[in-house]
Ligand binder design. Sequence first.
Ligand code: SAM
Length: 288
Amino acid sequence: MFSYRHAFHAGNHADVLKHTVWLAILERLMQKDKGLMLVDTHAGAGVYALKGEAASTSGEAEHGIAALLNHDGDLPDPLQRYVEVLQAFNAGKSHITHYPGSPALSAQLLREQDQLQVFEVHPTDQRHLRNWAQNHAAAKRIRMHQADGFAGTKSLLPPPTRRGALLCDPSYELKSDYAHVAQWLQDGLLRFATGVFAIWIPQIARLEANELPRRLRTIAQKAQKPWLHALLQVRGHNSTAPGGGLSGSSMFIVNPTFELHEQLQSTLPLLVKALGQDDHARFELTRG
Ligand code: SAM
């Protein structure tokens, strides 16, 4: 049984990076009317109470979304939109008490012509996710799968409209997740060559984690698809961690949306400034 619970990490610096990138992708894709299929392979619980027991125990959101909201001054467009979507999710309040996980963020933007497919394997998070999905105004367009998101994606591709985006956000609790992510991308591109594939990668001292961006680059290059890699490191790897053990993370995107690179060029320096915890805070943005 998995022990990872996203409730302890909701709204941390990794969520801020991942969800800002994901929203920027969705908003660009939604500039066209044709319906989209959104796939969330590792959905989590859906919504998280920031004052709930798990989030309060870890304090990670304090150094993530709370630090961003406390930042003085203008935000670049993608971050401004992210904050607006969070505020809309909290009924227009500037004070954010509930943090929307990736399925809830996607659902916030979902149009009549779109559909959202979410996968989750943990029984507790499945229960929360099901409650959230069933009570959502767009419930009819949200399909929940109590199944492995890596394997389950295959039968969904390509989407009927041939338009879609996929978020792959494993907890990497299992060493095999790294190989599964690479295989998932390779299989996904064979079935849906024009899809936008967004993958979250932790920055941790583990060979498989260090090698994953290179493996994904090779897969994208062999498929002759453009890719983009955005990394946000908030502190040195060895410094003690206020609010969580992760020093950084990255998003690897294949078939990035138009101007995503430019959007991240303005976003990442601000994130370093707002969320950076020591002199080692930095970003990297590469593409091919
Ligand atoms: N994507 C969510 C978000 O941004 O709000 C967070 C997801 S969390 C990092 C990873 C989730 O994947 C956990 O809830 C875990 O139970 C679930 N999980 C682990 N292995 C899975 C698998 N093979 N298929 C689907 N879900 C899985």
